[in-house]
Design a protein around this ligand. Structure first.
Ligand code: FUB
Length: 302
């Protein structure tokens, strides 16, 4: 494992990880983890915006633990976002709990609900890495976990879950970053295997007949390409481009050059659903997203 080669504070705004890619009102947004700090010790979240998926502007901080979130002060990780009836919902990891904040615009300001939506220890495994899937019938699901994945129906208010609906899923390769999408009536579960500091951090897939499984193994979707210097390709999200049947996968990998598990950058590549219903293995590319505007936080300390 390589050691960090860069100063860790103040961090470089070049580093982001765990990308949640969404499309709201004609614009793409990425809600990532702010990276570049040893032990993933960021305490704030930024949002990035783009009209073409290639050039991205960092629109700055949207939520800060401690200041905006009274119940957690460390480890701001791996968020997700959804929109319903003009309200934007931001689901985030904070000190191994999952929280939710709301806003009237994708860039905030977000107001925290005041308590964890999924608390540390409430379910087996770690309460990290939320993602949201909204089915064709309008039902939204919160998916989360490390070691054990959980699927729960979100209530109509989007800020609470129906606890009677919680389904747990374990798999020898399941580490974290579970994500669900649907294509042509088939549901796909994708997740990350191994540790994000491991060059072999990678994405696997399975298919199912419902958003909560049961799941039939599909194999590896995305993995490192050492000959190209591409390492640790994981923690992804998948998005259908609005009005098309074109799909993309956003994921992180070690920054090039000199990256590691705390210095990661985001790449967006095409994702193909084959006529057989399989997902075609993704060829990782070298080109990360291009940051045309950066926003450096005043401080990462709280
Ligand atoms: O970025 C912090 C953690 O690293 C995430 O929660 C995991 O998914 C891994 O990417």
């Amino acid at each position: 494992m390589t050691e960090p080669v860069k100063r860790d504070s103040p961090h470089s705004p070049r580093f982001f990880a765990d990308p949640a890619l969404v499309h709201f009102d004609g614009r793409y947004y990425l809600y990532p983890t702010t990276d570049g700090l040893v032990d993933w010790s960021s305490t704030c979240f930024h949002v990035l915006a783009s009209v073409n998926l290639r050039d991205w502007e960092d629109w700055g901080e949207i939520l800060r633990l401690g200041r905006d979130v009274s119940w957690a002060r460390r480890n701001a990780w791996a968020p997700a976002a959804a929109e319903k009836d003009g309200v934007y919902y931001f689901y985030f990891t904070a000190d191994d709990n999952i929280g939710v904040a709301t806003a009237m615009a994708p860039e905030g300001p977000f107001r925290d609900s005041g308590r964890p939506l999924v608390a540390k220890g409430q379910y087996p495994g770690r309460a990290i890495d939320p993602s949201v899937f909204t089915d064709r019938d309008g039902t939204s699901y919160l998916i989360w976990g490390n070691a054990v994945a959980h699927f729960a129906r979100l209530e109509a208010d989007m800020v609470s879950i129906d606890e009677s609906s919680v389904v747990a899923w374990e798999h020898a390769t399941f580490r974290e970053a579970a994500h669900v999408h649907e294509h042509a009536g088939t549901y796909y579960l994708t997740w990350s295997e191994n540790d994000t500091r491991n060059p072999d951090y990678r994405v696997r897939w399975a298919r199912g007949a419902s958003p909560t499984g049961p799941w039939e193994d599909g194999g590896i979707l995305l993995e490192q390409s050492p000959k190209d210097g591409i390492l640790s390709t994981g923690h992804h999200s998948i998005l259908r481009l609005s009005g098309t049947d074109e799909w993309v996968i956003a994921y992180h990998r070690f920054a090039i050059p000199d990256g590691n598990g705390f210095h990661r950058e985001i790449v967006i590549d095409p994702l193909t659903h084959l006529p057989s219903g399989d997902l075609e293995r993704v060829t990782p590319t070298l080109e990360p997203i291009r940051l045309t505007k950066t926003a450096i936080p005043e401080t990462l300390d709280i």
